[in-house]
Design a protein around this ligand. Structure first.
Ligand code: ATP
Ligand code: MG
Length: 309
C-alpha cells in the first residue's frame, strides 16, 4: 500500500484581495448590498490543537456536507496532517465516489458497515485514496442495513471503535477524522455525532435550510445530552454563498443560535460543482477558485495552522 503513487495536494497562494476578512462580530448596520462576505470568529472561539474527530452534519439534503468534508480534508492534508474521512452516508454518488478508495488486491473489501457489524476494526476498513495524507473508510448502499438490523450497541459503535484504535495504537492514528453524514437523522448519523469531538454544520442559503436549522439544533442537543457531552458546534459553513439580503439574515441567525461557533461563508463557484466528476478535491481541480480559498481559510481557523497553507 505504501508504494501507491499519491498526488500531493497543493499549497494555495490566494492573492490577499481574494481572502475573506475575519471579524469578531457582524456589523448589522451595513446594508447587505455593501456587505462583503466575512468570516465570523467570536471572541470565545478557540482553534483546536490536538487530534480531532469532526462529525459533518445537517439533516437537510444538499447542504454541502460532502464538499465540506473533502475540502477540509484536502486543506489539512496539504499541511501534512494525516487525515481520514469516513463515509457515513449510504447514498450512491457520495464521498466514496469522489475520493476513491484504493483497495489492495486479493484482500477483503471492508466498509463502514463491516465496522458496525463487528466484522473488522475501523483501521481494517481504512484505505488509501489517490491523495497524499487522505485515507477513507468507504461505504455503499449496504450501509443501510445498519438501520434495518440495528446491531446491538450501534449508537456508540463508532465512538468505541475510535477509542479502541487509539488505545491499540498508543494514540490516535490520524490527526483528523471527518465523518461525512447522510441527510437524515439515522442511526448511523447519531453514531457519528456520538463519536465526534465537535460537529461542523454546512448550511445552504435557502428558506428550507433556515427551517431545517431548528430540527438540527434539537438533534445536536439530544445527542449531547444522551450520548456525547462534549459535542458542540465548532463551525458553520454557509456553502454556495451569494450576496443577498437572505444570506445576510441567515448569517445573523446562525451567529445567534451558535454564539461560540466560527461562521464561514464559502462563495459559490461553478468549479466546486465540477470537482466530483474529476474525482479530485476542488483544491486540486481548481486551486484558483474562491471555494478552494474559502475552505482553506476556514480550515486554518478551525485547527491552529501548522505551516503555510
Ligand atoms: N461553493 C459552492 N459553489 C457551488 N456549488 C456548490 C458549492 N458548495 C456546494 N455546492 C453544490 O451543492 C451540491 C450539494 O453539495 P454536497 O453534495 O456537498 O451536499 P451534501 O449535504 O453532502 O448533500 P447530501 O445531503 O445529498 O449528502 C453539490 O451539487 C455541490 O456541487
Ligand atoms: Mg453528501
Amino acid at each position: 500500500m505504501s508504494d501507491l503513487p499519491r498526488t500531493l495536494l497543493p499549497a494555495l497562494s490566494s492573492p490577499p484581495g481574494d481572502r475573506l476578512e475575519i471579524v469578531s462580530a457582524w456589523d448589522d448596520d451595513t446594508p447587505y448590498q455593501s456587505w462583503r462576505p466575512q468570516i465570523l470568529v467570536p471572541a470565545t472561539f478557540r482553534p483546536a490543537e490536538t487530534t480531532r474527530v469532526y462529525a459533518v452534519v445537517n439533516q437537510k439534503g444538499g447542504a454541502g456536507k460532502t464538499i465540506t468534508t473533502v475540502e477540509l480534508a484536502a486543506a489539512w492534508a496539504a499541511e501534512g496532517r494525516r487525515v481520514r474521512v469516513i463515509d457515513a452516508d449510504h447514498q450512491e454518488a457520495a464521498l466514496s465516489q469522489w475520493l476513491l478508495p484504493q483497495y489492495p488486491a486479493a484482500s477483503p473489501r471492508h466498509s463502514l458497515r463491516s465496522v458496525f457489524f463487528g466484522e473488522c476494526s475501523l483501521l481494517e476498513a481504512t484505505y488509501p485514496t489517490l491523495f497524499e495524507n487522505i485515507d477513507i473508510v468507504p461505504s455503499g448502499v449496504d450501509l443501510v442495513r445498519v438501520e434495518y438490523e440495528r446491531p446491538i450497541g450501534a449508537e456508540l459503535a463508532l465512538a468505541r471503535a475510535l477509542a479502541a484504535e487509539t488505545e491499540q495504537h498508543g494514540g490516535a492514528p490520524y490527526d483528523v477524522t471527518l465523518l461525512d453524514c447522510a441527510p437524515s437523522l439515522s442511526l448511523v448519523t447519531v453514531a457519528a455525532m456520538s463519536a465526534g469531538d465537535e460537529a461542523l454544520v454546512p448550511l445552504g442559503v435557502g428558506g428550507l435550510d433556515l427551517k431545517a436549522m431548528g430540527a438540527l439544533h434539537r438533534t445536536i442537543l439530544a445527542v449531547k445530552d444522551q450520548n456525547n457531552p462534549k459535542l458542540d458546534v465548532g463551525a458553520v459553513f454557509l456553502t454556495a454563498w451569494d450576496k443577498s439580503g437572505f444570506a445576510r439574515q441567515l448569517a445573523a441567525r446562525v451567529s445567534t443560535d451558535y454564539p461560540h461557533a466560527a461562521v464561514i461563508p464559502i462563495r459559490r463557484s461553478v468549479r466546486a460543482a465540477e470537482a466530483p466528476i474529476a474525482e479530485q478535491p476542488v483544491r486540486l481541480y481548481a486551486p484558483e477558485s474562491t471555494a478552494a480559498s474559502d475552505y482553506a481559510q476556514g480550515a486554518g481557523i478551525i485547527l491552529a495552522p501548522r505551516g503555510a497553507a
